[in-house]
Ligand binder design. Structure first.
Ligand SMILES: Nc1ncnc2c1ncn2[C@@H]1O[C@H](COP(=O)(O)OP(=O)(O)OP(=O)(O)O)[C@@H](O)[C@H]1O
Ligand SMILES: [Mg+2]
Length: 479
């Protein structure tokens, strides 16, 4: 049983009709409440601007005094809150077979309309059951619209969160050009091939293309490995061990995007199948003769020279052209030195927040060193270096510290580990075992992290699965 209260705003300038409306809904006065009565359009809109969350339904007379009325007023009400439902009551003077009139009202955004009873019917404005049922229906519609708005807001929020996590930082002309390309690409469906050295941000570009397009609510699929059975799926019994049929990732990406990272590693048989998907939008499952239609945007990436692979017959030429409809190149970091400062600051800030630390200051010399460095590992290397720098727990990041973090200052580095990092200050006497265990673990984790290129690398050295590594780092307040 639905029992929430339905709040109504009544726009009516004749006392007599206000009374007739009130009386018509009287048997349902517990559920339908007239919250306010106003006599002109302007006051109604003003009131709705303030109280729109308190009102569900507007019942409005079509012919009222004042300039703002009719279809114009309906539109203004809808502008306050598109979920508000409007029931129009008009005088009998309106021709009841005037379909254009009815159509215009609905077009403007009205939910329903009825012609008032003649003045000699003093108790009711309209056939009471019809009138009340329309109010209930209007209310259900309002609730549905509100729910829909809420869930799409949630989805929008998720997309926003993803995009803010995947922000592309950079001020260089190359990066500005890249963001223009991303906007252009996100409007089309053409296959994209992203090239660039390792760590330049190819995956990041792919995410941005997907989440900035209209189909951002659809799946963005990033296969772990480019294996035929994973990509295209198989039917039950297609090979020994295929006990159930399995949908391929292309099927899961239907209407969305699939990101084929390191495309040069795609086996030749899978290359043929991919070509078919790109040419005809048809998917061939292993063990199935019938084809499945799919609509998938393909973004691929490589840090190799795919043209060389074509020349060496490792990659099909026809597939190369199909994939490379829109080429995007992400230049190496050393070719866009203007970005280094911004990237370093950005990562420093992000990691400091994550680790609950105050952001350290980078000296001018230190920044110069970062700008002049070769960055063979590109942005990924810079990001890892910044994270490593924060583990040193220094308020000021000097050029020397960077040299140390880069492993270019071994004596200094030993000093860090032996004096500050791995020895235990016991001047205030022995510490309880539990506390020592924690300190020991913390120091050891820090030490291993400093010796590693990435968190994944540190986890491996510690013999931990990455999720457990993160959990322990969190417990030790290192993250
Ligand atoms: N312009 C940028 N702004 C912010 N972060 C970036 C930028 N470019 C790269 N990164 C970050 O650097 C890391 C490496 O980027 P990404 O994984 O996209 O590189 P890639 O080109 O795909 O590398 P690989 O070829 O090794 O797969 C990621 O953590 C990414 O978020
Ligand atoms: Mg990548």
């Amino acid at each position: 049983m639905i029992s929430d209260q339905i709040n109504v705003l009544l726009i009516e300038d004749e006392e007599f009709d206000v009374r007739r409306v009130e009386n018509t809904i009287k048997p349902f006065k517990e559920r339908i409440k007239i919250i306010d009565v106003v006599s002109d359009g302007l006051s109604a809109v003003e009131l709705l601007r303030v109280k729109k969350n308190l009102i569900d339904i507007v019942i409005m007379d079509f012919q009222i005094a004042g300039g703002l009325r009719g279809a114009h007023l309906i539109k203004k009400i809808k502008e306050c809150d598109s979920a508000l439902q409007i029931i129009v009551i008009t005088k009998m003077t309106i021709n009841i077979t005037d379909y254009d009139f009815a159509h215009n009202l609905l077009e403007a955004g009205a939910f329903w309309y009825c012609t008032k009873y003649p003045g000699d019917i003093e108790d009711y404005i309209y056939q009471p059951t019809d009138f009340v049922i329309s109010i209930f229906n209007a209310y259900e519609r309002k609730k549905l619209i509100k729910e829909k708005q809420k869930s799409s807001q949630k989805i929008d929020k998720n997309v926003e969160d993803i995009l803010s996590n995947k922000k592309i930082i950079g001020v260089s002309p190359a990066m500005k050009d890249l963001s223009q390309q991303i906007i252009k690409c996100s409007k089309s469906n053409a296959p994209i091939l992203i090239t660039g050295s390792s760590g330049t941000g190819k995956e990041l570009v792919a995410y941005n293309i997907h989440y900035k397009r209209e189909r951002k609510y659809e799946n963005f699929i990033l296969p772990d490995q480019l294996i035929e059975s994973e990509l295209f799926g198989y039917e039950k019994g297609a090979f020994t061990g295929a006990e159930k049929s399995k949908p391929g990732l292309f099927e899961m990406a239907h209407h969305g995007t699939i990101f084929l990272d390191e495309i040069s590693e795609l086996p030749i048989t899978a290359q043929v199948k991919l070509l078919r998907v790109l040419q005809d939008g048809e998917l061939e499952k292993i063990g199935r003769t019938e084809k499945i239609k799919v609509d998938v945007r393909v973004i691929s990436a490589t840090n190799r020279n795919l043209e060389d692979e074509v020349r060496n017959k490792k990659f099909r030429e026809d597939l190369f052209y199909r994939l490379n409809v829109v080429p995007i190149h992400v230049p190496p970091l050393k070719a866009r030195k203007e970005d280094i400062h911004y990237l370093a600051d950005y990562f420093m800030n992000e990691f400091s927040i994550d680790m609950g630390k105050t952001m350290p200051v980078i000296t001018e010399d230190a920044m110069k060193l970062l700008i002049d460095y070769q960055w063979h590992g590109n942005v990924r290397e810079l990001k890892n270096l910044v994270q490593r720098l924060l583990f040193y727990d220094e308020k000021i990041i000097t050029a020397e510290l960077i040299q140390t973090a880069l492993g270019k200052n071994p004596s200094r580095s030993e000093h860090y580990f032996s004096i500050d990092s791995l020895s235990f200050d016991s001047t205030d006497g022995p510490k309880p075992l539990k506390m020592m265990e924690k300190i020991f673990r913390e120091k050891y984790f820090k030490y291993i992290r400093l010796q590693s290129d990435s968190d994944a690398d540190a986890a491996k050295k510690l013999g931990l699965a990455p999720p457990n590594y993160y959990r322990m780092c969190k417990e030790l307040k290192l993250k």
